[in-house]
Write a protein that binds this ligand. Structure first.
Ligand code: NIG
Ligand code: FE
Length: 413
C-alpha cells in the first residue's frame, strides 16, 4: 500500500446524484438517484466506493441526518469585478430600466470605470471575496470572465486575476474572454473600430498568452448586433477558441441561432429565444444556460422558456450570472428557487442543472458534477435531511460543508 489519503463520509441520511455521467436531458433530467444510509469512500480525492458496509478509516465526516450532493457548478459569472451599483438598483426600483441606465453612462460602463481604476491587487482581492462567497453557497467549479476592462490592458488585467485564482484555489476555474461586453465610452460613436481592435489586437494576445479557453459576446440590440457577433465569432473560432454567447436576453435578435451555427458550447440567458432557434440549438447540442436571477433582479416578468426547452430535450444549466448590475447574488441555491418558482422547473431538474449540466457546459463532466465512482470527490453536505430543502427553505443557505477533490474548502461550524 502506498501513502494514499483515505477519507469516508459516513452515515449519510440521503445521498443524491444525477443519474447521468455526462449530461441530463429528456427523461434523465427529471430523475435523480437517491441512496439512503450510505457511506462514500474517497481515496486521493477520488470517489472509490458508495457502500452500506461499515468502512474503517481515521478520517471521517459524520453526515448523520444530512444530505450529500455533488458540489454545485456555476458556468456563468462575471468575476472579477470591483465596486457596486446599489444607486442604480435604487433607480430601477423607482422605475428606470436597465437599458435606460446604461444609455446614461451607468450600467456595465460604470463597472468598467471601477475596474480600469483598480490595481491588479485590488481587483484580485475583490474577486477572492466573491469567490469565497460562492464557495460558501456550494460552488466548487466555476466560470469567470473579463468584459469590464474593454481595452487591451484592462481585459488582460482581469484575465490575469482569473489566472491567479486558478493557481491559488483548488477549484476548477474556467476562463472566458468577453471583450465584446459593451462598447467602451471612447468608441461610442465608432463601434466598428472597437470590433476591429477586439479581432486584430485582443483575441490574438489572449490566445497567445493562453488566458482564456472561451470567447463570449453580449449579442444584443444597440450593443453587438448579429453582424458584429458573426465577425468576432469567426475570428475567435479561427484562433481555436470555443464559444459561449449572451444571446436573446432583452431583445429577440436571434443570437441563439448564431450559437447553433458556430457550434457554441453554450448560449446564455435566452429569455427571448425563438422556437426555431431552440430546435437549432438542440440539433447542435448547445447547452441552454439559463440565468433567471437576471429576470428576477431586473424586475421583469420575462423568464426564459425553460419548460419548453426541457420538454423538447434541451440540455439546461443554471447560473448566478454574478455581476454588480443585473444579478448581484452569489447564491446558486437562490437561483434554483427562482428557477422552480418562476420558471416551473422541478427540484430534480434544477439539481441536474447546477451539477452535471453545469459541468457539461464547462466540458468537465468527465470528472465532476455527479457522485459516481472514479469522479472527483466534489461534494457538499447540507444541514438538512433532504435535497428539497435547498429550494423549499428559500433564501436560507443550507450548505454546511464543501469538499473539492475530497478536501474541505468550506466548513460552516
Ligand atoms: O450577463 N448582459 C450583459 N452582461 C451582464 C450584466 C453586466 C452588468 O450589468 O454589469 C449580464 O447580465
Ligand atoms: Fe452575464
Amino acid at each position: 500500500m502506498g501513502l494514499s489519503m483515505r477519507k469516508v463520509i459516513k452515515n449519510i441520511k440521503q445521498l443524491v446524484t444525477p443519474i447521468s455521467h455526462d449530461f441530463a436531458a429528456g427523461d434523465n433530467v427529471k430523475k435523480l438517484q437517491i441512496y439512503e444510509d450510505v457511506n462514500i469512500v474517497i481515496e486521493d480525492g477520488v470517489i472509490t466506493d458508495i457502500t452500506k458496509k461499515d468502512v474503517d478509516c481515521n478520517d471521517v465526516i459524520d453526515a448523520s441526518g444530512k444530505c450529500v450532493l455533488p458540489a454545485f457548478v456555476d458556468p456563468h459569472t462575471h468575476i472579477p469585478f470591483i465596486g457596486s451599483r446599489e444607486d442604480e438598483f435604487n433607480k430601477r426600483i423607482m422605475g428606470k430600466t436597465y437599458m435606460e441606465i446604461a444609455k446614461e453612462g451607468g450600467g456595465i460602463n460604470s463597472t468598467v470605470r471601477a475596474v480600469r481604476n483598480a490595481t491588479f491587487d485590488e481587483l484580485y482581492k475583490a474577486a477572492k471575496k466573491d469567490l469565497e462567497l460562492m464557495i460558501k453557497h456550494g460552488v466548487a467549479t466555476i466560470e469567470m470572465k473579463s468584459g469590464y476592462g474593454l481595452d487591451l490592458e484592462n481585459e488582460l488585467k482581469q484575465l490575469r486575476v482569473i489566472k491567479k485564482l486558478q493557481e491559488e484555489y483548488p477549484l476548477d476555474i474556467k476562463a472566458t474572454f468577453l471583450g465584446a461586453h459593451e462598447i467602451p465610452p471612447e468608441y461610442r460613436g465608432d463601434k466598428e473600430k472597437y470590433v476591429k481592435i477586439i479581432i486584430d489586437e485582443m483575441l490574438p494576445i489572449v490566445k497567445e498568452e493562453g488566458l482564456a479557453e472561451y470567447v463570449d459576446i453580449f449579442c444584443e440590440k444597440d450593443v453587438f448586433e448579429l453582424d458584429d457577433t458573426r465577425k468576432i465569432l469567426s475570428a475567435a473560432k479561427e484562433l481555436g477558441f470555443k464559444i459561449r454567447i449572451h444571446a436573446d436576453e432583452i431583445y429577440p435578435l436571434g443570437g441563439a441561432g448564431l450559437a447553433a451555427e458556430f457550434e457554441a458550447v453554450s448560449a446564455e440567458h435566452l429569455v427571448k429565444i425563438s422556437d426555431e432557434n431552440i430546435e437549432k440549438m438542440i440539433d447542435k447540442g448547445v447547452v441552454f444556460n439559463l440565468l433567471p436571477g437576471t429576470t428576477f433582479f431586473l424586475m421583469s416578468d420575462d423568464y426564459a422558456p425553460a419548460r419548453k426547452i426541457l420538454e423538447k430535450g434541451g440540455i439546461v444549466a443554471l447560473s448566478t450570472d454574478l455581476n454588480p448590475g443585473s444579478s448581484y447574488t452569489h447564491s446558486l441555491p437562490l437561483i434554483m428557487a427562482i428557477a422552480c418558482l418562476n420558471m416551473g422547473m422541478t427540484m430534480e431538474e434544477v439539481i441536474n442543472a447546477v451539477t452535471i449540466n453545469g459541468a457539461y457546459s464547462l466540458e468537465l463532466s468527465n470528472k465532476t458534477g455527479s457522485i459516481h465512482v472514479g469522479k472527483q470527490a466534489d461534494l457538499i453536505v447540507l444541514n438538512a435531511p433532504d435535497y428539497r430543502y435547498i429550494v423549499y427553505n428559500f433564501g436560507v443557505n443550507r450548505v454546511e460543508k464543501v469538499l473539492k477533490n475530497g478536501v474541505g474548502i468550506y466548513n460552516c461550524f
